[in-house]
Design a protein around this ligand. Structure first.
Ligand SMILES: [Zn+2]
Length: 270
């Protein structure tokens, strides 16, 4: 049989996929991005990081892994930076909906969008549309699943091509990472940071999250290198710990769904 030992949908035959759904009907849909990550990291960073995490999650849960698009949606301030190839919000939304609808035909009933790139402003709206259609879909930006341990591992909050992202790269794909080119750089917010919560900062009394307004300057005008943070603080050990924590949280999440709603049980959302 073509791919019965793989966790990835694209290596299986259609009948293997249908059989898989009878055992476990949870499909994880990774969402990547192609985005500049400074001079020291590859543009595929946010996509490359997903594969090893997902294989560990699938190994421990039995969830199937959908093929991963290498492109994603981007906030307004990412556009026009060389090396970055954004999908428009409507394209990304339509793509996610079509992937869910297609996977459902084979018998999958529960879907988890999984990503580390800041595109929750699109996924959060998309899951509401899919809920109206009857699909049970969760949107997980992995940074949110480990916000409580972020500060135990890292000295700085999660922004971009920084301590955290570079540590992940040193842990998972050091062959594409060049620390000799890592430099410290910070972006210019268009609203005082006093009012802005970053991706890994626990909820505070600050009224706005970073993606709840056009609050960042266009990066192609604002940044010289493309870094927001301090990648020189990155280590493989920090990356290993962070990835372990993300995998553990996701395994717990998937197993909880399996326990509450066994394979074959469709969850009513409309
Ligand atoms: Zn990134």
């Amino acid at each position: 049989m073509p791919g019965q030992n793989s966790h990835w949908w694209q290596y299986k035959s259609w009948n293997e996929i249908v059989d898989h759904a009878k055992e476990c009907d949870i499909a994880i849909i990774p969402l990547g991005s192609i985005e500049q990550h400074g001079h020291h990291l590859p543009t595929g960073h946010d996509t490359l990081q997903l594969f090893p995490m997902l294989e560990r999650i699938a190994e421990q849960t039995g969830a199937i892994l959908m093929p991963c698009p290498w492109y994603g949606a981007h906030p307004h301030h990412h556009w026009n930076f060389p090396g970055t190839v954004p999908l428009s919000n409507d394209t990304c939304k339509a793509m996610i909906k079509d992937i869910v609808r297609g996977a459902a035909v084979a018998g999958f009933n529960k879907f988890i969008l999984f990503f580390g790139h800041g595109q929750a402003f699109v996924t959060n709206y998309t899951v509401q549309d899919l809920g109206q259609e009857g699909f049970y879909v969760l949107s997980v930006m992995f940074q949110n699943s480990v916000r409580d341990v972020h500060d135990e591992i890292f000295e700085t909050p999660f922004w971009h091509a920084d301590e955290a992202e570079t540590s992940i790269a040193l842990s998972l794909f050091p062959e594409y990472t060049d620390m000799s080119k890592a430099v410290v750089e910070y972006a210019t917010p268009l609203l005082s940071r006093e009012f802005l919560t970053g991706p890994t900062q626990m909820t505070s009394s600050k009224p706005l999250r970073f993606d709840e307004g056009t609050v960042s300057a266009p990066e192609y005008k604002d940044l010289k290198i493309g870094v927001v943070g301090d990648p020189t603080l990155a280590t493989k050990e920090k990356g290993d710990k962070y990835v372990d924590a993300i995998v553990e949280r996701m395994v717990n999440l998937v197993n909880s769904i399996k326990k509450d709603y066994p394979a074959g049980v469709k969850i009513e959302t409309n």
